[in-house]
Design a binder for this molecule. Structure first.
Ligand code: ZN
Length: 259
């Protein structure tokens, strides 16, 4: 349509200004702030606080638990939880309460949800050494510490959140939307940059927790082999080729050794 009131450029400007206004409204209403994130080593802006993040994560976790078969064996659960606890204690968001679950699935897969909910498949628990599993958990907790899904959520929910603030009772609707977005992010996988950062954080956390971060390298080999049969797995589906991930892990280990 050529005869519209604004040209595309003007329209874009107005849209950006509106966005800016909404963001500043959020700053004043929500009390959010720019915070230094040690996981990304950058100043970041959050308007979804820890409590809201945990509520979103919990809601999705409950849904997954309801719809899937979980491994209930005490032995396997306490094994996973004891590794998880060690990683959680040394990670960049060690004040969160982390939850670990094993899905009864033979594929080598793992994923995490905002707020610290970590899901591992039985397959990845069975086919890895303790150091390798610590790396998997470190990688998943890395996504939580870098707030990868929260940032995607913020980008998609910005305006909706403002609406939620001004009209009471929309909280549930908002939560549903948030759940949909996170589901999408987690099932489609993160960006190449986010995956490499999660690997790098896994090196840092496993090392700090007393595990051997070189296990990340052997883990990649196992995942690649497994992926030939199960190409749908999320942990490997993401874009960086295994070769790049291994090189980046080696670089990070070298960096640790120089310190
Ligand atoms: Zn990942």
């Amino acid at each position: 349509m050529k005869n519209r009131l604004f040209s595309a450029a003007v329209f874009d400007k107005i849209r950006n200004l509106t966005r800016l206004c909404l963001v500043s409204m959020l700053v004043s209403i929500w009390g959010c702030a720019t915070v230094y994130n040690p996981a990304t080593e950058r100043n970041e802006f959050y308007f979804i606080n820890d409590r809201q993040e945990a509520a979103i994560g919990k809601s999705i976790a409950n849904d997954i638990i309801k719809k899937n078969k979980l491994v209930k064996s005490r032995k396997e659960l306490s094994y996973v939880r004891s590794i998880g606890k060690k990683i959680a204690q040394v990670c960049d968001r060690n004040y969160l309460s982390y939850h670990f679950y094993i899905l009864d699935d033979s594929g080598m897969n793992a994923f995490s949800l905002p707020g610290g909910f970590v899901f591992l498949n039985r397959g990845i628990v069975e086919k890895t050494t303790e150091d390798e599993l610590a790396f998997v958990i470190g990688h998943e907790i890395g996504h939580v510490c870098a707030r990868h899904s929260v940032k995607r959520l913020q980008a998609s929910l910005g305006a909706a959140l403002v609406m939620g603030l001004v009209s009471k009772g929309i909280e549930n609707d908002l939560l549903n939307r948030a759940v949909d977005i996170v589901y999408n992010v987690v099932s489609l996988g993160y960006s190449r940059k986010d995956e490499l950062l999660a690997d790098s954080l896994a090196v840092k956390y496993t090392y700090k927790a007393g595990y051997d971060p070189r296990a990340g390298i052997s883990l990649m080999g196992k995942l690649e082999k497994d992926d030939k049969n199960q190409y749908t797995m999320i942990f490997l589906r993401s874009h960086p080729p295994v070769k790049d991930r291994i090189n980046s892990i080696k670089e990070k280990i070298k960096e640790l050794n120089r310190k």
